[in-house]
Design a protein around this ligand. Structure first.
Ligand SMILES: Nc1ncnc2c1ncn2[C@@H]1O[C@H](COP(=O)(O)OP(=O)(O)OP(=O)(O)O)[C@@H](O)[C@H]1O
Ligand SMILES: [Mg+2]
Length: 249
């Protein structure tokens, strides 16, 4: 198996209601895959399955043996997979640094925590409590925690949805830089067309009732990318057309 993570023919229902139907995707080493779809279409559900946090589904989840097992649902750490959830999920009684190194508790690697805090722009903020952070800072702390376990795969569930537009652009660039620096593969769940195409090597469009993969768009552009590139505008237009055809919007 050359992919790090492979989902084959995933079907998932809640209370007898089918949410995902026959969804397949694979994440290759070093690849950034964006999963784009409207609210409620099953993006978080699929990401939880990919993370190994929900075993109640039909179909196959294959992890490359290199990844091992895990992860731990609380810390989003382990098994070569890091998870950053839709909301930061920081423990309010722990400092930022303790949250980042949570998976190792008292044995946490302080030097690594300090380096990650610096990487996400929170240098010197490790002693603060979560309630002292802005939304964007809390989300950056969650990203640092997702990276703490040295994951080869980072699963991001709309990690920037709660921050303002400018912070969002900066965090997108941060993720891009970190993916290169730490050589990790990323599955990015988003409902933001710009974000999906700016960051993804491929963009997968999920939609319908129940949701299926409607289309896949390769994004054959070098990094770093220019947000104003006409190719990106063209691809966003194609995705919009597909969303309209499939009555998603
Ligand atoms: N634990 C659950 N029990 C019952 N239904 C659920 C559960 N989790 C999700 N669902 C349903 O499954 C569907 C998909 O939910 P999911 O959270 O995966 O959507 P999403 O694409 O992540 O949406 P959003 O963009 O708003 O985060 C929704 O209709 C939701 O109501
Ligand atoms: Mg969601």
């Amino acid at each position: 198996m050359s992919a790090l993570l492979e989902l084959n023919n995933i079907r998932k229902s809640f209370n007898g209601l089918r949410v995902l139907d026959d969804v397949s995707l694979a994440l290759a080493p070093g690849e950034v895959v964006s999963l784009l779809g409207p609210s409620g279409c099953g993006k978080s559900t699929l990401l939880r399955i990919a993370a190994g946090l929900d075993a109640d589904f039909a179909g196959q989840l294959q992890r490359n043996p290199l990844l091992g097992f895990g992860p731990d649902g609380e810390s989003g750490r382990g098994g070569g997979i890091g998870v950053v959830f839709q909301e930061p999920r920081l423990l309010p009684w722990l400092t930022v640094a303790q949250n980042v190194g949570f998976a190792d508790g008292w044995l946490a690697d302080d030097a690594r925590i300090a380096r990650l805090l610096r990487d996400v722009g929170l240098e010197g903020k490790g002693g603060l409590l979560p309630r002292q952070l802005s939304g964007g800072m809390a989300q950056r702390a969650a990203i640092a925690r997702g990276l703490y376990g040295r994951p080869q795969v980072l699963l991001l569930d709309e990690p920037f949805s709660a921050v303002d537009a400018f912070t969002r652009l900066r965090l997108q660039d941060l993720i891009q830089d970190l993916a290169l620096e730490y050589d990790i593969s990323i599955l990015l769940v988003t409902h933001d067309l710009d974000e999906a195409f700016y960051l993804g090597d491929r963009v997968l469009l999920l939609g319908g009732t129940p949701s299926r993969l409607r289309r896949e768009f390769p994004v054959p552009l070098q990094r770093p990318r220019d947000r104003r590139a006409v190719e990106l505008a063209y691809l966003r237009g194609e995705a919009l057309t597909e969303l309209q055809h499939s009555h998603v919007i």
